[in-house]
Write a protein of this length. Sequence first.
Lengths: 276, 312
Amino acid sequence: MNYEKPLAVKELCELSLEARRKIIKYSHSANLPHLGSCLSLVDILITLYFSSARVQENYPLAPDRDRIVLSKGHGAPALFQILAMRGFFPEDWMFRENHGGGLFGEHPPLPKYLPGIEAATGSLGHGLPMAVGMALSAKIRNEDFHTFAICGDGECNEGSVWEALQFVGAQRLDNLTVVVDRNAWQATGRTKNILGKYCLEKKFQAFGFSPHTIDGHDIPSLQQCFSIAKSAKQPVVVIADTIKGKGVSFMEDDNNWHYRVPNSAELKAALAELAC
Amino acid sequence: MRNAFADELEILAKENEKVVLLSGDIGNRMFDSFQEAMPDRFYNCGVAEASMMSIAAGLALNGFRPFVYTITPFMTLRCLEQIKLDVCYHEAPVTIVGTGSGLSYAGLGPTHHSLDDINVMRVLPNMAVVCPCDTHEVRAGLSAILNLEHPVFFRLGKKGEKPVHLGPLNDFEIGKSITVKNGKNVCIIAVGNVVQLSVDVANLLDNSGISTCVESFHTVKPLDLNKLGEMFKNYELVCVIEEHSSIGGLFSAIAEWLIVNAPRNAFKLLQFSMEDKFYSEVSSQVHLREKSGLDLLSIEKKIRSHLEVIRE
């Protein structure tokens, strides 16, 4: 596929739909959980990889590439599908014996093993500070790439997230954008009922960020925010309000799909809902 | 040691644009000169060790050679998972510099003691553990680290230690111990800030007719296996002296190797470590060492009596 010409929103929406089908099929066949967390993330990743971020599938380590770090590492099954769709590696890698020689598990592998991966995440609160280091490296070398760190709203429980945000504010790292996939759930409950009672936007603002709250499934809004973020003179947080399990009626906003894997009947019903 | 560290790192950073120094709000005035010379390569990351470690990993993954610096317990256990995953798992060439290691900050209490750091750092895959004994090993060690491409834990004492070596070390190699003093009967393997003490012990033993050598085992991981093989072959007794818990430090590392590779020589191994406990009494480094038998006379006496038993 040639991406030199920007894709129309309609085409991006179709890619999102295709990604959702692939993710659900793969969850079923490879027995991978975190489906709800993957489906909330799809439109963010599609917008970044197919529209807003500067990445080259045939030159994955290009020095001027934008860095995209999936700090909520359990969204890896979505990332794998979207990287393959974008051409970073052949899709059939994922269907080798033992799920691609052990690369395609529940979390991203090391960058050296899979093109397109910037950091092996999985333990929460690690990817964002690593992304901060990447953004800092661009500042030191005066390089113009942008760094995107994608966090979950549950992940914002982690102290290391707020340690890193203080550093971003102190150094005014305007070449870093934090994207919060706010699907309003974490592993065992509503984020607002656990530690997320108070306003996330205000918290980020207090740390020196410019907050932008949008519908995280609305691709034009995502595009617009990422475009603002890239030229902003202060660090930007995109708080993307999403629906866990987005796209499949019986998965939407049902936290059981944090752990469940669809059986054959559920797979069939989900694919019917996601048909072209 | 810490002033030599600051001075040498500044020299190296001027030659090597990849060197970046991150401090966890420690080193008052120590890095002023570094900061003045290279303002875009010094960052005070605040009292936030976990994010400092991950930021260092992110820098290393983008081609830099970060050195992270603060007091050892906060530079190791406080951010252990960041070290394990972001640094070691990624093989990110970050150098983790802990100052005030062992009981260097004895009077500050157990919050500032680090008698577990060698243990936790050496268990991590891809990590090298280097514990210089004086300013010469600090300087030579830093140059050697920049020739490696993986993580290193660099265990510093405090300031003002008496030099062990006579001058700069030109052939320092990570993973290769240095003979500080020759001897024929007993061998002392010492690590870091107790090498000088070990030399004093060896001189005392020499005077009573027990010829004693001292090896500075500055690298706990990877161990100098050739040297270990020679020692257990050539000496009647091999003593390990370390300012570290009796669990998991250099003694344990050597014992792990010995029991597999030369079990018949296990009787030759003698341990001098700190006890498996919190030293909650506010006291000096010297006094706390004495309490655990890590002082000149206690060590000398134990070695002599152990040697007598072996010789019988």
